[in-house]
Design a protein around this ligand. Structure first.
Ligand SMILES: Cc1cc2nc3c(=O)[nH]c(=O)nc-3n(C[C@H](O)[C@H](O)[C@H](O)COP(=O)(O)OP(=O)(O)OC[C@H]3O[C@@H](n4cnc5c(N)ncnc54)[C@H](O)[C@@H]3O)c2cc1C
Ligand SMILES: NC(=O)c1ccc[n+]([C@@H]2O[C@H](COP(=O)([O-])OP(=O)(O)OC[C@H]3O[C@@H](n4cnc5c(N)ncnc54)[C@H](O)[C@@H]3O)[C@@H](O)[C@H]2O)c1
Length: 477
């Protein structure tokens, strides 16, 4: 397919986002080279979403059974680590990417294995595993989808402590007796949940006064209660100031800024991400190596002449989630094919060529016990944006379907209403079994369904979805 290494589109990074843009470009009839230096499928498939959720699903399944009288009596044991690891290894295909590589061949794209770097405008040089250099020229577009890696704090002793990042937290085959987790964000709370359920004594150290601080304020305390009920020691409002592991076989001592310490066999650092842009040749096109890539709503990199460079997925920092990166990839597929055919772009928000949902309707599920699902703006974000809003809160224990789902159900729901437009800006649910409920809220927020019309979206009785009726009733008063 390739004409002497000349392609319409060259994609750097074959994570979920790179794969999707390759697929969309091929569907538009363009030739594509997809460059990957590690495993086709990226961080998401092997060290993030897939293994973490494969490990967390058994925790939820056991918890669901334990919350239902009659079933509770039938499940008296703990999770079986060998079974959980086996399940995870199955879904990561034992860190073998041949199936995903075959998928790339199946869509008619060329997979080039190696480390890619920009070499000036519209050109990528790939250093292959056998130290050859393959030069790829892009007639239409280069798409940067190189993702992110774990951010590590610059504190004394961190190198000797050999901290776990998301990598060991998702591919380890042994359960540490004691695990300290630094960071109260998504990775911290989920991995604390998973490793505690496998038998580790877990201490979760969070710098902020509450866990998951980007979410509605009631989320953190409810997740914290769940973690504590599971036996996790949660320490809020403290920062790690140093780590010490004097010898390789010694445990690690984590010291906090309030003078307290935690001793553990492993320490997981989960304090956010940094972009994988330090060694991709950004300097050859006038951009700063190591920076997040600034894009407009068509995901075209700003300050580059000629509209040929795009950045999508984690690397543009708009929303560090697989589904949002893939959404951007679908938009960019449309943009590249329109530009290739010299068709004008539709620059309206929510149009085919503008990433919009990744700002206003981002859904996220955190797979803790209880689960958290949120989409759109929190009340605070909506207020800060200058809108006139009303906040509606409902105790989910009032919903018969929730009580039938789990005895003594504990959960909370909130919707944030735009009073001028009478549609929803954001929705948050916390409780068992809410993960699959979230998409109903995503549809309402993204489509701006008028409240009047939501009354006609009748949830089935008796399901947890009837929380929608309680929310609408509370809004109407
Ligand atoms: C523990 C954890 C759990 C998560 N769980 C979820 C979840 O449940 N749901 C969710 O939506 N998101 C989740 N995320 C976030 C999600 O993993 C990322 O948003 C997603 O992986 C981003 O996809 P990407 O394709 O942009 O990058 P990546 O998945 O990081 O893929 C980038 C690819 O580019 C390759 N690459 C990098 N540099 C080069 C180069 N120079 N040359 C060639 N190839 C290169 C890399 O090897 C990699 O394969 C989680 C993250 C973590 C850390
Ligand atoms: N289920 C999911 O959707 C899911 C699961 C895991 C990760 N992710 C995504 O992956 C990304 C990375 O997750 P993450 O948890 O690493 O980042 P995060 O940004 O979600 O949370 C990091 C936390 O660490 C804290 N922190 C920052 N610097 C610190 C420091 N020096 N010391 C102590 N604490 C510090 C922050 O206040 C924040 O609460 C996120 O964007 C997240 O959305 C998603």
């Amino acid at each position: 397919m390739a004409d002497q290494n000349e392609y319409d589109v060259v994609v750097l990074g074959a994570g979920p986002v790179g794969q999707t843009v390759a697929d969309r470009s091929r569907a538009a009839g363009l030739t594509v080279a997809l460059v990957e230096r590690e495993l086709v499928g990226g961080e998401c498939s092997y060290w993030a979403c897939i293994p973490s959720k494969a490990m967390l699903r058994p925790v939820a399944a056991l918890g669901d059974a334990q919350r239902v009288d009659g079933a509770r009596q039938a499940v008296t044991g703990q999770l079986d680590p060998a079974g959980v690891f086996g399940r995870r290894d199955h879904y990561t295909t034992d860190w073998n990417d041949s199936t995903q590589a075959a998928w790339v061949a199946g869509i008619g794209a060329d997979l080039i294995r190696g480390h890619g770097r920009l070499e000036g405008p519209r050109r990528v040089a790939v250093e292959t595993p056998d130290n050859q250099i393959v030069v790829l020229d892009a007639r239409q577009a280069v798409v940067l989808c190189t993702g992110s890696r774990a951010l590590l704090p610059d504190i004394p002793g961190i190198a000797e402590a050999r901290p776990w990042t998301n990598r060991s937290a998702t591919d380890s085959h042994t359960v540490p007796r004691r695990l300290a987790v630094v960071g109260g964000g998504a990775v911290g709370v989920e991995m604390a949940t998973a490793w505690r359920s496998l038998g580790a004594d877990v201490t979760l150290i969070s710098r902020t006064p509450s866990l998951l601080p980007m979410m509605e304020p009631f989320v953190g305390p409810m997740v914290e209660k769940g973690l504590k009920d599971a036996g996790i020691d949660v320490r809020n409002g403290v920062s790690v100031s140093e780590m010490r592991r004097p010898d390789d076989d010694d445990p690690v001592t984590v010291r906090m800024d309030d003078g307290s310490t935690v001793t553990a066999d492993e320490v997981l650092v989960a304090i956010g991400r940094q972009p994988l842009t330090d060694d991709i040749g950004l300097e050859t096109v006038g951009l700063l190596p190591g920076s997040w890539l600034d894009v407009d709503d068509s995901c075209t990199v700003r300050e580059i002449d000629g509209d040929w460079l795009y950045a999508i997925g984690d690397v543009n920092r708009r929303a560090l989630l697989t589904h949002e990166g893939k959404y951007q990839a679908r938009v960019v597929g449309n943009v590249i094919s329109a530009r290739a055919a010299e068709r004008p772009l539709d620059t309206n928000a929510w149009g085919p060529h503008q990433a919009t949902a990744d700002r206003y309707a981002v859904p996220q599920v955190i797979f803790t016990g209880p689960e958290v699902g949120s989409v759109g703006l929190t009340a605070e974000q909506a207020e800060r944006s200058g809108r006139r809003i009303r906040v509606v809160d409902v105790d989910m224990a009032r919903v018969p379907g929730a009580l039938l789902w789990a005895d003594g159900y504990e959960g909370q729901a909130r919707m944030v209403v735009d009073l001028d437009g009478e549609y929803l800006l954001g929705v948050t649910f916390v409780g068992p079994g809410i993960a699959e409920l979230l998409h109903s809220a995503t549809v309402a927020v993204a489509a701006r369904v008028p409240i009047e019309r939501l009354w006609h979206a009748v949830p089935s009785f008796p399901t947890i979805s009837e929380v929608w009726l309680r929310l609408l009733e509370a809004y109407r008063g």
